[in-house]
Design a protein around this ligand. Structure first.
Ligand code: SF4
Ligand code: SF4
Length: 437
């Protein structure tokens, strides 16, 4: 019998209490200082309770449970819906201060109908028995002008013919211009980015040439919501605009967006991906990011009306009253996610799409696929990454992002670690306080 290696035991932020979580057995407890001291000393007053919850475990029995949950995970994932990204170009009308694609070749060529037909023929054949939807992204997929609009319209029509739902990732500048086409199609959601209110946003996300974009994007969001098209509003945060978060939250609340069932939100941490960002000093590490976010929420609780950050499993736990299932793999690349672009290439996901050297094959002009490369992606999970095998965070973390890990170590099967124990401590503090108010 041993203190389970899947226990996550840590302090709750700004509190004398600690928490103990075991995702494998699905148990979570808040511990006062005395109980926490028991854990640290190993002198348990009520050993049966710890045994029952799997905090103390028999290693062989635990291994069996781990294996069976792993098989459940794989089965669920194999039946999961897949998200297929398509980049019709990498051209963009914006000049964002932090674009990770800034170093990509920025061709303004549009794909031919023949290439789009090949894409749909590949997708309908290769993913025939999978539930799926397509996400259009770029560059900027909704560029202005007939040349772009006509090919995007053709793409949307082909998706409709193939009976595949769509999502779109756009900077939102031309959303109003495209609403007439979009409202006739089956669009699951449109992701749009605002990085603050007027000045803060316009400084970070102007048009090429410097024209401000805030008001046109807001108009596009309003028009989409009027037409019952779901908007997923993303705010990309770093040290330059964290203090603008509360203003954007208040703006969204005042517009009535946060009460609209077609409106949702997400935060993106601005981080170093493939190309060096001009000002790396403005980037937060993951822990700094959540720490600052935590402090902002303590100061301005209305932020939670705008967005409830996950804080790893903490938000899930408070919203659902139970822990999520074990996460053996956080990376969907080549499993439930693929990406394709206008050059005819196939990639694992959005983090690698268009990146030189990352192509796994082609769908146009001919179909080729490197089985070895795909297998390497498919096999990556916490059971194949040596560092993850004995990590107590593994079932909350899932090994992180393969692309980030590869960029760091040159190996796909290497870890992208996350300080989840601290994040959970901040999350429990955030949501426990709010719940008790
Ligand atoms: S490599 Fe990173 S971005 Fe790509 S699917 Fe995996 S986790 Fe997501
Ligand atoms: S990536 Fe790092 S934190 Fe995550 S499970 Fe692996 S070793 Fe643990």
């Amino acid at each position: 019998m041993y203190f389970s290696k899947y226990n996550i035991f840590s302090k709750i932020k700004n509190s004398d209490s600690s928490y103990l979580v075991n995702i494998l057995t699905g148990n979570a407890d808040i511990l006062d200082a005395d109980k926490a001291a028991e854990i640290i000393s190993g002198n348990y007053t009520n050993i049966d309770e710890y045994l029952e919850k799997g905090y103390l475990a028999d290693e062989a029995a635990e291994k069996k449970l781990y294996n069976s949950k792993y098989l459940d995970f794989i089965e669920l994932r194999d039946n999961d819906e897949i998200q297929i990204f398509f980049a019709p170009w990498y051209a963009c009308n914006f000049d964002c201060s932090y674009c990770y694609q800034a170093g990509y070749e920025n061709k303004f060529n549009t794909p031919t109908k023949e290439l789009i037909d090949s894409f749909f023929s590949y997708v309908t054949k290769e993913f025939k028995d999978r539930k799926k939807y397509i996400t259009l992204f770029g560059g900027e997929p909704l560029l202005s002008g007939e040349k772009y609009k006509s090919i995007i319209t053709y793409f949307l029509e082909q998706a409709e013919l193939a009976n595949i739902d769509l999502a779109i990732v756009t900077n939102g500048y031309t959303l109003s211009e495209y609403i007439d086409v979009l409202k006739t199609k089956s669009i699951r959601e449109i992701q749009v980015t605002l990085d603050g209110v007027e000045d803060a946003h316009d400084q970070r996300r102007p048009l090429k040439g410097g024209t401000p974009t805030f008001h046109k994007i807001v108009e596009g969001i309003d028009r989409a919501l009027e037409n019952n098209i779901t908007i997923n509003l993303r705010m990309v945060l770093d040290k330059d605009n964290m203090s603008d978060l509360v203003e954007l939250a208040r703006f969204a609340i005042s517009k009535g967006w946060t009460k609209n069932k077609y409106f949702k939100t997400q935060f993106g941490r601005n981080y170093e991906l493939h190309y060096c960002q001009a000002g790396q000093s403005k980037l937060y590490s993951r822990i700094e990011f959540y720490q600052t976010l935590y402090e902002q929420i303590q100061k301005y609780p209305e932020i939670l009306e705008f967005h409830r950050p996950a804080f790893s499993i903490a938000n899930y736990l408070f919203e659902n009253g139970e822990l999520p299932s074990p996460l053996f793999d956080a990376c969907s690349g080549c499993k439930s996610e693929w990406a394709f672009d206008y050059t005819g290439h196939i990639y694992s996901c959005t983090a690698t799409v268009g990146k030189p050297g990352s192509s796994l094959g082609t769908f146009f002009p001919e179909v080729t696929l490197s089985k070895d490369k795909v297998t390497e992606w498919e096999e990556r999970d916490v059971t194949t990454i040596a560092e993850c095998k004995d990590c107590s965070l593994q079932l909350a973390c899932g090994g992180g992002c393969a692309a980030v890990a590869f960029n760091k170590t040159g190996r796909l099967h290497s870890p992208d670690c996350r300080p989840l124990d601290e994040l959970i401590g901040m999350g429990i503090s955030t949501y426990m306080t709010k719940e008790n108010e």
